[in-house]
Design a protein around this ligand. Sequence first.
Ligand code: LRH
Length: 476
Amino acid sequence: HGSGTVLAVDLGATSGRVVASTVGPDRLDLEVLHRFPNEAVPTPEGLRTDLLALYRGVLTGLEVAGRRGLEPLSIGVDSWAVDYGLLRRGRLLAQPVHYRDGRTAAAVDAVHERVPFAELYRQNGLQFLPFTTLYQLVAEQRDGLLDVADQVLLLPDLLACWLGAEPRAELTNASTTGLLTLDADPVWNTALAERLGLDPAVLPPLVAPGTVTGTLSAALAERTGLPAGTDLVAVGSHDTASAVVGVPMEQPDAAYVSCGTWGLVGLELDRPVVSDGAREAGFTNELGVDGRIRFLHNVMGLWVLSQTVREWEADGTTVDLPELLRAAAGTDVAALFDVDDPVFLAPGPMTPRITRWLAEHDRPVPSGTAAWVATVVASLAQAMADAVATAGRLAGRRVGVVHLVGGGALNDLLARGIADRSGLPVLAGPVEATALGNVLVQARAAGLVPDTLEGMRALVRRTHPPRRVEPGQRPS
Ligand code: LRH
């Protein structure tokens, strides 16, 4: 294996980044070339993703790469799941609706009337989340917009298309639509789509991660100064799928928590688990890279903390989060709340919602910012530790270690909370697991890294060794 450079575009809930990585036998360097904010826009029509701003951010990042004289072998795009653009004759019809928009409320009932949830779960293996693409598409159809569209492209596939790729649906992200079969060789579940009144013709051909879907367009090569003919590679385009590739798991007893805006907590399995117990516990079976199953539960994640901080800032308080987290570490937690309650899903101030939740459950309400932060982080850690235990129980696996990757790996209070509450050691990092997973799948397509996930994870371990936190360990 030689070495080479690839570019990863990773779009998260609060920011996007274009990352360059040089990969070789003992090298997996990451450099953020450009980071740009991602902010959903509350329009009179509902909550929208500002896709143009994201695209501009991607272009700027590619221009930085070009100015640096980088000659990447390929570019890969990942983003959060479930969201999509509607196109007609290859053109985008509207700014994509953001999944935190409440429009699916009515569609959920309509879907479950046609296909009861228990049956849906047996077919697609997905935990109930009101924003799963199939509910969004049914809502879209009721609004009349789907009639006009001839194609639905998930956001990373859409952006790849704008860079020059063919319109495709990459499998890991396609699995979050609820419209894929659970077979070992998944295909679009056209029968299910038809039962829901959706025309399967709008769904593009599926491709596996690692597939070259095109090359950077001539216009963009000229604009950015990147080599004409740079490959566009479909990566694990669901950010969580890429993050799981980047988890330096070594043993089958490893669980993971991929923690950013969401906390995705679970195991990597060879086969889906769609038992009644898994359904009732809200466990999802999303597709991973190489046909693995991401058996996990969506925990609300740092969203609850970031919206709390945002609320204070909007009130004119200056918030120093690292300082608050240190203060919170020395604060007793009087009560926990259920971070998974759907009342916390929508954007907006959090403390009033948490206060109401605690009052309704006869639990004390924190006072002071440090106590609030302590309560939020402890509640998140508890939900994550519970999900680790439930995942093990449902899959019949003993869990011996919990990997914590993503931005949450920087949060020592969270890492210690998970260790204490699960009684298991936590291996924290890498923070940039998603970008690493994106990079690794491209590097493998170029023959730069070992073929197996295990080999790729060994490279992550060597180059980005995680920090170990034992249960009961006090802050250093
Ligand atoms: C995390 C994530 C998660 C999905 C949610 C919509 O970024 O992709 O896996 O459930 O966003």
